[in-house]
Design a protein around this ligand. Structure first.
Ligand code: ASP
Length: 308
């Protein structure tokens, strides 16, 4: 069996049995806390810091809920109220916070690689969990997406998954590819307009295309991504109506996918830009299940890195 993780900064190169262990553990958490109505005391007496340098709704709330449901104390460090806005260096901030005694840091930062930097600079004994860094990785999103798929399609081997939208700037796409590739999904298709397509050399295991109608054909899972304007050059920004026409998921396009295909989106949704409300709120949508699974996956990850 693979070793327990002390940090989680990416899913890249994680052994399959580690990914599976985390998914199994997330399900145990779900049952153990009776779908969120009961608290566990696995992390009683431990302190977890949420260090968010970028805005977040779902991820931050669900890390906080996860920590509280495990009985840990949680401190939220908000960039808007911190000395970082006065120019305090990241590592000074880290050491100041560490001096108050912490067991784990959950970090989100716009610069790719920040969580690994923190691992290098953190005091020994402090675990680091990545809650999204630049366009590089969002490992707990990759895990919760895999868990959501597994609950409906327990065998990954025959699955075709299409991930469509702003792949170039998406840390979710990267972590999904690492998770689903690691779990043995048959085919992963990445679909984006040319300006939002990553370098093919980054995804040698995937099929890259700019034709969504072709990409969605017979897919078992359709994961839609947001246009991440905050990371885009102005020249890359597509006309939104034209974008929806070619890359938006509506009912008509979804009919090309396999019967009962799962529709997913990490949120926040841009309705009418990458996804139509009739699909986002339709019977095939798993979007709210993803949100619910996020808490159990984050409980599993915190319990893993802080396990004694
Ligand atoms: N919430 C996800 C992220 O933080 C997806 C997105 O922002 O579009 O990457």
């Amino acid at each position: 069996m693979s070793q327990r993780l002390r940090h989680l900064t990416t899913l890249e190169h994680l052994p399959r049995d580690t990914i599976e262990r985390l998914l199994d553990r997330a399900e145990t958490m779900r049952d153990g806390c009776a779908h969120g109505t009961r608290k566990l005391d696995l992390l009683a007496g431990r302190t977890i810091l949420n260090l968010f340098f970028e805005p977040s709704t779902r991820t931050r709330t669900s890390f906080e809920l996860a920590a509280r449901r495990l009985g840990a104390d949680v401190v939220n460090f908000d960039i808007g109220f911190s000395s970082t806005s006065k120019g305090e260096a990241l590592f000074d901030t880290l050491h100041t916070l560490e001096a108050m005694h912490l067991d784990a840091i959950v970090v989100r930062h716009k610069v790719s690689g920040t969580p690994d930097e923190l691992v290098r600079h953190a005091m020994s004994g402090v675990s680091v969990v990545n809650a999204g860094d630049g366009n590089r990785a969002h490992p707990t999103q990759g895990l919760l997406d895999a868990l959501t798929i597994r609950q409906h399609r327990p065998d990954f081997a025959p699955l075709t998954v299409v991930i469509c939208g702003d792949v170039k700037h998406s840390r979710v796409a990267r972590s999904d590819v690492h998770a689903l590739g690691g779990l043995g999904v048959k085919e992963i298709r990445l679909c984006a307009p040319r300006a939002l397509m990553p370098e093919p050399s980054e995804f040698p295991q995937c099929i890259l295309t700019d034709d969504f109608d072709a990409a969605v054909e017979s897919a078992d899972v359709v994961i839609m991504l947001r246009l991440q304007k905050e990371r885009m050059a102005a020249t890359d920004l597509p006309d939104e109506a034209a974008y929806f026409e070619r890359y938006g998921l509506d009912k008509r396009r979804l009919e090309r996918a396999a019967r009962g295909a799962l529709v997913m989106h990490p949120g926040p949704l841009n309705r009418g830009i990458e996804i139509a409300s009739e699909v986002a709120d339709g019977p095939q949508s798993r979007i709210l299940e993803q949100v619910g699974n996020g808490v159990f996956v984050r409980m599993a990850v915190l319990a893993e890195v802080l396990g004694r």
